[in-house]
Design a protein around this ligand. Structure first.
Ligand code: ADP
Ligand code: 5GP
Length: 204
């Protein structure tokens, strides 16, 4: 984001806990975030906007808001993003107005965003809790991307190349959770949510 742009979140209130979860694509972030959402009813998931095409089974407004490149760039010019980044040649962003509304509601918020976006949110909201999901190895990451079966070979190679950069840039995160056995990773993440919110699972 340009330093010259007015900060769209400068007076945003922060009442609930703000969790940032990042991971290289294929590390299991969607699986883990879904598990957390079904366990912690007090957690509000922030639906991002993207210019990438929907995958099979993805629902507009639920997984992402799918918008055009022109619309995304227009919102960059108008300072409408709380954070945004270009990932794997597509734009992704968190709408400032929507994030503001969620922050005002006092709910705990879960942002599933990349490392560049996480750095922007962390500098605006130093109290936010940044969690990086680490794959057990690059080989396992690659095999998960292939077994997911949603991306073409070219996309998979792009995601693996990007994963190296994301892992290298992950030192500012407050917590690293390795997603080896799914149950263990869910337990570790649930422990962090309980620790920072004081909420039990199924808390409404
Ligand atoms: P991301 O959202 O990080 O791109 P996904 O949640 O889509 O990743 O997971 C990528 C693939 O790996 C999916 O097919 C998912 O079912 C699988 N997966 C996720 N976590 C694990 C795990 N701990 N062990 C084995 N497979 C996993
Ligand atoms: P995917 O295309 O696999 O759904 O996501 C690719 C990457 O974009 C993931 O690392 C994901 O966390 C990231 N991403 C999703 N939404 C946002 C967002 O709103 N902002 C930023 N900066 N990254 C996002």
């Amino acid at each position: 984001m340009s330093d010259l742009m007015a900060d769209p979140m400068s007076d945003a209130p922060q009442k609930g806990a703000l969790f940032i979860v990042s991971a290289p694509s294929g590390a299991g972030k969607t699986t883990l975030c879904n598990a957390l959402q079904s366990r912690f009813k007090s957690l509000a998931y922030s639906v991002s906007h993207t210019t990438r095409s929907p995958r099979e089974n993805e629902v507009n407004g639920q997984d992402y808001f799918f918008i055009s490149k022109e619309m995304f760039e227009d919102k960059i010019r108008n300072g409408k993003w709380a954070e945004w980044a270009k990932v794997h040649d597509n734009y992704y962003g968190t709408c400032a107005e929507k994030l503001n509304e969620m922050l005002s509601s006092g709910r705990h918020i879960l942002l599933d965003i990349d490392v560049a976006g996480a750095a922007q949110i962390k500098s605006r909201f130093p109290e936010s809790i940044a969690i990086f999901i680490m794959p057990p190895s690059i080989e396992i990451l690659e095999s998960r991307l292939r077994s997911r079966g949603t991306d073409k070979e070219e996309e998979i190679l792009k995601r693996i190349a990007h994963a190296h950069k994301e892992i290298a840039g992950s030192d500012f995160y407050d917590h690293i959770v390795v997603n080896d056995r799914l149950d263990d990773a869910i337990k570790a993440l649930s422990g962090l949510i309980r620790k920072y919110t004081g909420d039990d699972e199924k808390h409404v």
